[in-house]
Design a protein around this ligand. Structure first.
Ligand SMILES: [Zn+2]
Ligand SMILES: [Zn+2]
Ligand SMILES: [Zn+2]
Length: 316
């Protein structure tokens, strides 16, 4: 079979790369207003590149409803195309490309940011936006390296890609310099309390000490609020989507009593259990869910699968 690119397929990659170039420039140099457009462009660019990969498998996968796919609609562009969530799902099921949980959450976070920007403007710090979008850029460049067939690129696409890489290196330098300058401060905090991944900028710079504040981007809040942000942005769980049986992983902390003990089930584990108010940390093995009441408890040497409250109740 001839493997000509359809009209739309051409547009997808070239436009996607074009958007990404715009985005990097805006994100790298921008004041707040440019950052806003940087995020809009980045979000659009990432979506297009992912869709392009899908179209390489088969163009009909671009249609939200594959049953309505036909070449006329494809060439005229007159159809409802697959949305971002559907696209990621098809990449996994049909192309065998599985994004990590972290990547899926970062993309979700980017879309969420884009939507908020459109309605409310920017509320996060410049450093936060730069750092979090940097991670997404890094992801999409890796994705292109691993999953896009270079032999199918035309000259424009090749040169776009080349300038993206160049611009990206400058951007990377900005992030690295900032991290480097903060390193001693972060290390000294680590000796005294818990430091974990910031839900706003994704840097390992969120200091927890009677609430949480990030050394990299400056975001701060009380422990309960930050625990909620972490679970939503990093673990990808909102209090609304516990319908499929996923437990909302925030509990009362046995040390300080705040509702801010987070159980991280992340694949590349950042911590097992961590309280975002007092900073107390337990490994995955140190806590378990009580078989009787379901609440997390700290296991003792003679663990019988039951929390102390339930044991007392039994004895009493
Ligand atoms: Zn931060
Ligand atoms: Zn606590
Ligand atoms: Zn119990």
């Amino acid at each position: 079979m001839k493997k000509d690119k359809g009209l739309l397929e051409f547009d997808l990659l070239e436009n996607g790369l074009d958007f990404i170039i715009f985005a990097i420039n805006q994100l790298k140099n921008g004041g707040k207003n440019e950052l806003k457009y940087g995020i809009l462009h980045l979000s659009a660019g990432v979506d297009l590149v992912l869709k392009y990969r899908l179209s390489q498998e088969h163009w009909s996968l671009l249609f939200a409803d594959i049953n309505t796919a036909n070449t006329d609609k494809l060439n005229s562009g007159d159809f409802k195309s697959v949305d971002s969530v559907g696209c990621i799902d098809r990449l996994k099921r049909i192309c065998g490309i599985e994004l990590s949980e972290k990547e899926v959450n970062q993309l979700k976070h980017l879309r969420d940011r884009r939507n908020r920007l459109e309605h409310f403007g920017i509320t996060e710090s410049v450093a936060a936006l730069k750092s979090s979008t940097f991670k997404v850029l890094n992801f999409i460049l890796n994705f292109i390296n691993e999953h896009i067939d270079y032999s199918g690129l035309n000259e424009t696409e090749e040169s776009l890609l080349e300038s993206i890489r160049e611009q990206f290196r400058d951007f990377e330098e900005f992030i690295q310099k900032r991290l480097e300058s903060l390193k001693p401060k972060i290390e000294s905090h680590k000796r005294m309390t818990a430091v974990t991944i910031c839900p706003t900028c994704y840097q390992d710079a969120l200091v927890i000490d009677d609430g949480a504040s990030c050394l990299f981007c400056g975001v701060s809040g009380d422990g309960e609020e930050m625990a909620g942000n972490f679970v939503f942005q990093i673990l990808g769980i909102s209090s609304y989507d516990t319908k499929d049986g996923t437990e909302y992983p925030i509990y009362e902390c046995s040390e300080c009593g705040a509702e801010s003990l987070v159980h991280s089930r992340l694949e590349d584990e950042v911590f097992g259990w961590l309280c975002f108010t007092c900073g107390t940390e337990w490994s995955e093995q140190e806590k378990a869910y009580c078989e009787t009441c379901g609440h997390p408890y700290s296991k003792s040497e003679y663990d019988i699968g039951m929390c102390s409250n339930c044991i007392e109740y039994r004895i009493g």
